[in-house]
Design a protein around this ligand. Structure first.
Ligand SMILES: [Zn+2]
Length: 434
């Protein structure tokens, strides 16, 4: 599973952590406590989350970055191990802004079948494999935006990763997500009530209770569906009222949790923005006016272009053919979004397509939507960290988490190099190396 020749396998790190935890009892008397391992990483260049620096190196001590700068100026202690990374660029671990570790691609099983027919045990087992693939693809943090019928299994996955039982990214989880009664799915016949892909809640008491329940059971984020297709073969329409959304955001925020909204219609996006959500997911039918409103209110757009691309392919479209209406619409709304200057979060909706293929979102933003690779890289590192309130990562600086990846050549020139992640380090532990 782990190929590192360095004594930094997760279990070793766990032991080190345990011995450090026990340390205070004897710290005063002993001076020979095991020192945190020190590693000097010497790539061809460093992208620090903002800018490329050729000839820089990074010094890691334990789980944190100790120093970053020109290689000649980094004083590594004699005990440091050196990892030579010739020809590679070292950069902060990427941050996935929108994933569903408990879903797998819809061309393998429809969303309805996953929610209704797959057991929780099967879904969790898949989730562990998805977590590992996400990490090995260079995404050391992920916002997981809804378990889609798998209850609080995302909280358990997060704990298993934190306890070093399985490899995976650091997770921010949304648990069940909130939908207005009747608006979500799966829908069978009117006579059959089936488990839903999210928690239904309505009105003052219902919403307050559901938000608090999710927070109490481990939600880092509250996700709300501000619009959805009320019936099959109809367009999305708003779900919650403005008052309901306001209350939902107030309840979550007072417990220190941000709210993110699934919304693709102008009215759903408008209500979510006015209610005070932090990011709007998808935003496919956003208008210049709505994106201006979002910018005004400091709401970011997470456009999930990879999800629309994947769904269009599942329906038979192939690149090179005329764009289906869904993608034409997305090109127009993204052009309006970029023109408005609204902040972009980067997240692909992984789960709709394969976990581990997360770089697809970054690639498409460059190739199909015309963003410069440097802008996309900044957004997927320092930008996402800022939007998701993660000041301990996303850039490379002393004291921050040693979440690092290495890719060939210069990813600020060629975004496709992100497909060839050669090194993955999370919290100073190496999960993949050349
Ligand atoms: Zn999603």
């Amino acid at each position: 599973m782990l190929t590192s020749p360095l004594p930094l396998r997760p279990f070793g790190a766990l032991l080190a952590l345990l011995s450090l935890t026990a340390a205070p009892y004897r710290a005063a008397a002993q001076t020979n406590l095991p020192a945190a391992p020190v590693i000097l990483l010497r790539p061809a260049a460093v992208f620090d989350g903002e800018t490329m620096h050729s000839g820089w190196a990074v010094l890691v001590e334990g789980s944190r970055i100790k120093a970053v700068g020109p290689a000649a100026q980094l004083a590594a202690p004699a005990t440091a191990q050196t990892l030579e990374l010739p020809g590679l660029t070292l950069l902060p671990g990427l941050i996935e802004g929108h994933s569903h570790l408990l879903l797998h691609p819809y061309n393998e099983a429809t969303w309805n079948d996953q929610v209704l027919l797959e057991s929780l045990a099967l879904r969790v087992a898949r989730g562990t494999a998805h977590a590992r693939r996400t990490l090995e693809a260079g995404f050391t943090t992920a916002r997981d935006l809804g378990s889609e019928g798998a209850g609080y299994a995302d909280v358990g996955l997060k704990q298993a990763i934190e306890q070093n039982l399985i490899p995976g990214p650091r997770l921010l989880v949304a648990t069940r997500a909130l939908v207005a009664t009747g608006s979500y799915g799966p829908k069978l016949s009117a006579e059959v009530d089936v488990p839903q892909g999210a928690q239904e809640a309505d009105g003052v008491d219902g919403i307050i209770r559901a938000v608090r329940e999710q927070i109490g059971k481990g939600a880092d984020i509250i996700k709300v569906y501000a619009d959805y297709r009320w019936g099959p073969n109809e367009p999305s329409r708003p779900t919650f009222t403005q008052e309901e959304l306001n209350l939902l955001v107030r309840t979550a925020n007072s417990a220190g949790r941000p709210v993110v909204a699934h919304a693709s219609t102008p009215e759903g996006m408008r209500r979510a923005t006015l209610a005070g959500v932090e990011t709007i997911e998808h935003g496919d039918a956003g208008t210049p006016e709505i994106f201006r409103l979002m910018k005004q209110h400091g709401v970011a757009l997470c456009p999930t272009v990879a999800a629309g691309d994947a769904i269009s392919r599942y329906r038979g479209w192939q690149p090179g053919q005329p764009l289906p209406e869904r993608l034409q619409q997305k090109r127009l709304s993204m052009a309006a979004a970029l023109k408005s200057g609204v902040a972009l979060a980067v997240g692909g909706d992984a789960g709709v397509f394969a976990h581990g293929d997360n770089a697809r979102e970054l690639e498409l933003l460059v190739q199909d939507y015309g963003l410069p690779p440097l802008i996309v890289l900044r957004a997927a590192t320092s930008g996402n960290a800022r939007l998701f309130h993660l000041p301990d990562r996303g850039t490379l600086a002393p004291g921050l988490l040693a979440d690092l990846i290495a890719v060939p050549n210069d990813p600020t020139q060629d975004i496709t190099t992100l497909r060839q992640v050669k090194l993955v380090m999370k919290g100073g532990v190496i999960y993949k190396q050349p």
